[in-house]
Design a protein around this ligand. Structure first.
Ligand code: HEC
Length: 210
């Protein structure tokens, strides 16, 4: 009886100490996110939003290099598909020349001296990770070569739609891959993505010339 009473007296203390020294994972995450957000005051929403993990990113971070379970993969694919937004025109392949510039351009959303660099538009910097124009000497190899993309696959509606969605949110087709989610994260607008699509699929694009 005595022991039970004592346990009752001390139990709340033990619980309180436990909470103070080990905040749970959600608490730790939200205070870390808050600190990152407060470290960059006055930033555009596209940047502050990046400090908060969305559900797909959270799953990918938990898994790390381990294998995704089928349920986790399905969750990432589903939330990624739900993120798709299409251009008002409904036309998913735009102007390949504008796309060529965007594919080589890494400008935008950079912070210098505590300020977001003022840019007219962001680039996609595809060349950092992909080979595209066979004339380019200096290309990245983090992602597969996309040289001859349209020459090999054609430019059917299905190819154009896949390419648009892949660039908008790569994880809809390959959960947790290293390809940035360019449309979903607001780096490229739907309109800009249509130009990059054209750069990949248009028969006139250097990507599809020998
Ligand atoms: C940080 C590196 C990185 C950047 C930047 C990047 N990608 Fe990727 N990309 C990858 C990786 C890695 C893959 C393979 C995994 C996957 O499919 O998500 C990939 C896959 C792809 C695929 C699918 C290839 C296939 O065979 O179907 C396409 C299309 C693509 N990228 C286009 C682009 C375009 C266009 C851009 C620029 C707007 C771009 N990527 C920017 C890393 C990158």
């Amino acid at each position: 009886m005595k022991a039970i009473k004592l346990a009752m007296v001390f139990a709340p203390v033990v619980v309180a100490v436990g909470c103070a020294s080990f905040p749970d994972a959600d608490e730790t995450r939200s205070s870390a996110e808050q600190m990152v957000k407060e470290a960059f005051p006055g930033m555009p929403e596209t940047l502050t939003r990046r400090a908060m993990q969305d559900p797909a990113q959270r799953t990918c971070s938990i898994v790390g290099d381990a294998k995704l379970s089928p349920e986790q993969a399905a969750q990432v694919v589903q939330t990624s598909q739900a993120s798709f937004k299409y251009p008002a025109s409904g036309k998913l392949a735009g102007d390949w020349k504008a796309g060529a510039k965007l594919a080589a351009d890494g400008a935008g959303l950079r912070i210098r001296g505590g300020q977001v660099e003022k840019m007219k538009e962001n680039g996609g910097l595809c060349v950092n990770c992909h080979a595209l124009d066979p004339q380019d000497v200096n290309v990245g190899n983090v992602g597969p070569s996309l040289t001859g993309y349209g020459a090999q696959r054609g430019s059917s509606d299905a190819v154009v739609k896949y390419t648009y969605e892949k660039i908008y949110n790569a994880w809809a087709y390959f959960p947790c891959s290293n390809m940035p989610r360019l449309g979903h994260n607001g780096f490229l607008t739907p309109e800009q993505i249509t130009h990059v699509v054209a750069y990949l699929v248009d028969p006139q694009s250097p990507v599809n010339k020998k």
